[in-house]
Design a protein around this ligand. Structure first.
Ligand code: ZN
Length: 511
């Protein structure tokens, strides 16, 4: 008898935490951060307190009330022992987006994590190049101790350890070196990098779970995305996030074809609420090329920092119009992280933006700097029409050091669906007006006194399947039960199919 419990992400886009249980133990499919719930209480300048471990998140119901979390993140005035314990054999991670992996860092560190090598490389790269939070402690973690007040928690300096990591595929030595080396912190006195205290690292031939696990690469807006088939008495298919209109659509289709034996399909439904538009990366390429061919002065292309498929498109455009691609150092570090998986050089034809920094970041100083070419803002100022800058909203401030007189800005990312992110577009628009930019991809409209962004189609292709592609996937697999997740519109599935399980969060569904 197999049971499925959706602990989170049944009615929101993201925050997937799905537990598959048999004989009293089981696996989680993703353990992501639920941004929708989180933003009900928190924002950029009001965050949960890391010094209190998981106290804030438990009290505000932002993570499930379960007894599965790291002991060292539980302050003495929080008792989680009365919550149900789960015997977790592993967490299967679908891809390296925070809404899928952002809460894994909080759970017991002995629990193995299963993911593709590319996903692990992304996750490690993110942790190396960001300020360490508990949420980011997925590839490796830092041990904690009591803080000044005994109700608080702080990191033990230098006490870094990898988690138990299981790759869905074989990996090369480079990758093993990368995952077990401390690139984030100061090196040894002789300049060589320190190693992280090691836990287990292996591939799925050492499957620690009771399920047979088959993994399939699938197409999404981040490399390394994986769909899973989980079999014991029955077979369960989990799509993670996927699409059928990207360059690697064939991979997604292959997964769908292989999932035909599944009696349960757990499927994402991000675009079940949205208009059914046809879109493709090719169209995005053509539209952006047209704009950039005509552009005078500097070009700024704004797309998700981890969407390297989009970066490939802009690289092609750049070589066609004889411009150079310039990316932020953090993005270059992630490209280098991926290189540790497949040895594919993705940085020799790009320049890294030489941001003015007052101090050094070790990942940059000891790893990135001697492998890539940097460009100083003053160099860009001398011939701005020679560059395409891949900057997001958060990097736009660096234009103050480049001082362009005019230029072209292309917004090539997803639309704002929340009012809060709409405000960011008003700010972004002010920056672009300040530099007299020609803006493509969105415009600010005044609708009966409400100023808001309106997005132009054709500059972004979604990472998610359209409604007609969702229908195709479900009809092809033809499962006995359909469980929609990662959607604000589970009702759409009910309207189209009669075997939909609309799961209540935390409620067990026995197959
Ligand atoms: Zn995703």
């Amino acid at each position: 008898m197999t049971s499925i419990t959706i602990y989170d992400g049944a009615k929101t886009i993201g925050g997937n935490k799905i537990f598959i249980e048999e004989k009293g133990k089981g696996v989680f499919l993703d353990f992501g951060m639920n941004f929708k719930k989180y933003s009900q209480y928190f924002q950029e300048f009001l965050k949960d307190r890391p010094s209190r471990g998981i106290y804030d998140l438990i009290h505000l119901n932002l993570i499930p009330k379960l007894n599965i979390y790291r002991k060292e993140l539980i302050p003495p005035d929080l008792d989680i022992s009365r919550f149900p314990t789960l015997s977790i054999e592993a967490v299967l991670l679908s891809h390296a987006h925070m809404d899928h992996y952002g809460n894994i860092g909080l759970i017991n560190t002995e629990i193995p994590i299963i993911a593709s090598p590319t996903t692990f490389a992304f996750v490690k790269g993110m942790t190396d190049s960001s300020r360490l939070t508990h949420q980011l402690e997925v590839a490796f973690f830092c041990k904690k101790t009591k803080g000044l007040s005994d109700k608080t928690i702080k990191a033990i300096s230098g006490a870094y350890q990898t988690r138990n990591l299981i790759c869905t595929q074989e990996y090369i030595d480079n990758f093993e070196w990368f995952l077990t080396t401390n690139i984030k912190n100061a090196p040894k006195k002789d300049g060589t990098l320190k190693t992280l205290t090691r836990s287990n690292l292996c591939d799925l031939t050492n499957n620690p779970t009771q399920f047979e696990i088959k993994s399939f690469p699938i197409d999404h807006s981040i490399f390394g995305a994986t769909g899973y088939l989980l079999s014991s008495d029955i077979t369960i298919a989990y799509t993670g996030d996927f699409r059928l209109h990207g360059k690697n659509a064939d991979k997604s289709k292959e997964f769908i074809q292989n999932a035909k034996d599944a009696s349960v399909l757990i499927i994402e439904g991000t675009r079940a609420t949205r208009e059914d538009v046809e879109e493709s990366e090719e169209e995005v390429y053509e539209n952006c090329l047209k704009i950039i061919e005509e552009a005078k002065g500097i070009v700024v292309a704004d797309f998700s920092a981890r969407n390297f498929e989009r970066l490939e498109e802009f690289k092609k455009i750049a070589s066609k119009v004889s411009r150079n691609i310039v990316i932020p150092a953090k993005q270059a570090y992630l490209l280098k992280s991926l290189e540790q998986v497949d040895k594919v050089d993705r940085t020799s034809d790009i320049l890294v933006y030489g941001e003015y920094k007052s101090g050094k970041d070790y990942w940059e100083e000891n790893f990135l700097k001697n492998q890539v070419n940097y460009i100083d803002p003053t160099e860009i100022s001398k011939a701005p029409d020679k560059y395409i800058l891949c900057f997001s909203f958060y990097e736009i401030k660096h234009l103050l050091d480049i001082k362009p007189q005019y230029g072209t800005y292309i917004y090539s990312s997803s639309e704002a669906f929340e009012e809060e992110s709409e405000f960011d577009f008003l700010r972004l628009n002010n920056w672009l007006k300040h530099f007299d930019f020609n803006v493509c991809g969105f415009e600010i409209l005044n609708e009966r006194g409400r100023v808001k962004p309106e997005f132009t189609k054709g500059f972004h292709a979604s990472g998610h399947a359209s409604k007609s592609d969702l229908l195709w996937a479900i009809e092809t697999i033809d499962p006995e039960y359909i469980i929609p997740v990662h959607t604000e519109n589970p009702t759409w599935f009910k309207e189209n199919f009669d075997n939909v399980i609309q799961a209540k969060e935390g409620q067990k569904f026995v197959v």
